[in-house]
Design a protein. Sequence first.
Length: 294
Amino acid sequence: MSTVRTQSTGPVAVAVRGRGGAGSWAWHLGALAVLAVVLYPVVWLIGGSFKHNDEIVGSLELFPTDPVTSNYSGLAEGIADISITTFFTNSLFLAVGSVVGVLVSCSLAAYAFARIRFAGRNLLFALMIGTLLLPYHVLLIPQYVLFQKLGLINTYTPLLLGKYLAVDAFFVFLMVQFMRNLPRELDEAARLDGCGHLRIYWSIVLPLCRPALITSAIFTFINAWNDFMGPLIYLNDPSKYTVSLGLKMFVDQEGLANYGGMIAMSLVALLPVVAFFLAFQRYLIDGMATSGLK
């Protein structure tokens, strides 16, 4: 017995196709409108970086009629006799140091919470999660007083020390939840081969937790690179300033701002963050697709 399928070409089918086509057009137009709103600040920055300083404020044009490149060439001269390379080097040092500290300390803490049974584990884990409820500004004054007593003000130690002590509860929680999904049979098989916790952590758990590690690295790098409050509080020497503090130096003591140079440096400062994300997003997507299991 065979079934004959006929394709309807009547008014109903034409109406359905018409509604589908109109809906598709409306969806694409809406997506383009949202994309235009999202990209407008970036386009404005690009256009503003080629404008004269007096054309930036109050101008409605996205791109100048007479573009200039002095905003970018002026960056080579530095700010207040300090090369912008110094700012980028300082930011890169803090960002890379923060990434290394978070990956090492948070992964170790997460392994202890996820794979080792010890007294008070649930209570300590709950207390750690509770620290997420504490605003950063609540801890700012006690931390500053502590580092001031230790003579560590105007150094990078206050900005990096916490990264190596697993104080970022969010990344610990992220890694704990990922490690809990790994089969326990892997640990049991490794113990039969004579592996201890350190060998299991390094040779088995860490390779399987690559998605969580890469996610933590991306967010840590971006947060450390864009951090403004921390360097503003702890750093006093302009030669130790980061990129975020270097942008502040475009405004002089009389309140006059070099908006063109500030916008140009802002765009240049975005390049390392975008490059870091693009370099690791493939591993992030691949790891998420396989859930970190082989």
